[in-house]
Design a protein around this ligand. Structure first.
Ligand code: PLP
Length: 391
């Protein structure tokens, strides 16, 4: 029989799990040992070597989810981002990065790379030619993030991957916003896929972790630096993350559906000036998103009409809490200007199209009617001082 490829929810539930041979328990046993007797001198298991039984098992699940040869689990998303970038860059090398980037990654590059002699350029936009125009003689890596934070812009995976191959660069993506449920960049030729597992993989706002999926050869290269930098994840959290990932397919699909509902509701609303969601036909990159994503994700952004006070609106929400993080089963909002993109400064924000009143919405799994009710009552609260509008 030819090998039967398992589907998403089967991989989420079972892949990589450790069989409990002793008691035949239903789930992977947790091995907390930091010391393992040598069986032979080649296998030295140790948490900081990323090779305890639980770490290895979860790496296999991540690799299977991203259709990659191998994976590695990290202590945070930023441990995964920093270790992976540094594993492919040395003094004198140059990296091209997308301008719309997770704040922590921007800070890593901006605050740290100079002292290691690593050169970098940020693109002006997200079109392939924006990346190509920044490539230099010493460029080694191209780094993207799609959908982008907070405006959900889409970068063309296939175009970036083939450009990277043409110039002999390693292509990397931060795939956190999409999750492996909605986007598998390796299928489009991207070399290295990075996740903040703190987000959709964890999904319950109680885990900080990271993950990388790529070829076995690349994983060896990343591991070589990872064991020296020491950003491994404790086995207890690895075990908890494995538990969380069993329901990732179900959670993210529910979040996709809810986000689409919210986007459509807000899009036809007379109090809302703009909605940014790749699942809307009016989104400028809708067709591109359709061609490279299985679902449009649980993240969207929107602007209230200018005369409405966005921060009062946020404070008036009762069910939907204001929160810095995202991707949990609970819905949350934040103001990029006041939080995630505060350090960027007003000029750069304006250049990227991030208005002061923009609200980023991480849509959870609650009943959509309850989310809409909460949004409506908050809008009424901020509209009270305004002349009555007839919506
Ligand atoms: C949160 C996040 C990170 C960083 O992950 P941590 O787990 O907080 O270190 C990186 N990229 C994106 C897109 C994120 O949302």
């Amino acid at each position: 029989m030819t090998q039967h490829k398992k589907g998403l929810n089967t991989i989420c539930t079972h892949f990589g799990e450790i069989e409990d041979k002793q008691f035949k328990g239903a789930i992977s046993p947790l091995y907390m040992s930091s010391s393992y007797a040598f069986e032979d001198v080649d296998v030295k298991r140790y948490p900081r070597y990323f090779n305890t039984p639980n770490q290895e098992a979860l790496s296999k699940k991540v690799a299977a989810l991203e259709h990659a040869e191998a994976g590695l689990i990290f202590g945070s998303g930023m441990a995964a981002v920093s270790t992976t970038l540094m594993a492919f860059l040395k003094a004198g090398d140059h990296v091209v990065l997308q301008n719309a980037l997770y704040g922590g990654t921007f800070n890593l590059v901006n605050e740290e790379f100079d002292k290691y002699g690593i050169e970098y350029s940020f693109t002006e936009g997200l079109r392939p030619e924006d990346f190509e125009s920044k490539i230099k003689e010493n460029t080694k890596v191209v780094y993207i993030e799609t959908p982008s934070n907070p405006l959900l812009k889409i970068t063309d995976l296939k175009a970036i991957a083939s450009m990277a191959k043409q110039y002999g660069l390693v292509s990397m993506i931060d795939n956190t916003f999409a999750s492996p449920v909605n986007q598998n960049p390796i299928a489009f030729g991207i070399d290295v896929v990075i996740h903040s597992a703190t987000k959709y993989m964890g999904g319950h706002s109680d885990i900080c972790a990271g993950a990388v999926a790529t070829t076995t050869e690349n994983i060896e290269r990343i591991f070589h630096l990872a064991k020296n930098l020491g950003g491994s994840l404790s086995d207890q959290t690895v075990w908890l993350l494995e538990r969380s990932m069993k329901t990732m397919g179900l959670r993210v699909k529910a979040q996709n559906e809810n986000a689409q509902r919210m986007a459509e509701h807000l899009n036809q609303h007379s109090d809302i000036a703009a909605v940014y969601y790749p699942g809307l036909a009016s989104h400028p990159d809708h067709e591109l998103a359709k061609s490279q994503m299985h679902g449009f994700g649980g993240m969207l952004s929107f602007e209230l009409n200018e005369e409405l006070d966005a921060s009062r609106f946020q404070k008036s929400l009762k069910l939907i809490k204001s929160s810095m993080s995202l991707a949990g089963v609970e819905s949350t909002v934040l103001s990029p200007t006041q939080t995630s993109h505060a350090l960027m400064g007003p000029e750069e924000r304006e250049r990227q199209g991030i208005k002061d009143g923009l609200i980023r919405f991480s849509v959870g799994i609650e009943e959509p009617e309850d989310l809409i009710f909460d949004i409506e009552q908050a809008l009424q609260a901020v509209c009270l001082k305004q002349p009555i509008s007839n919506h």
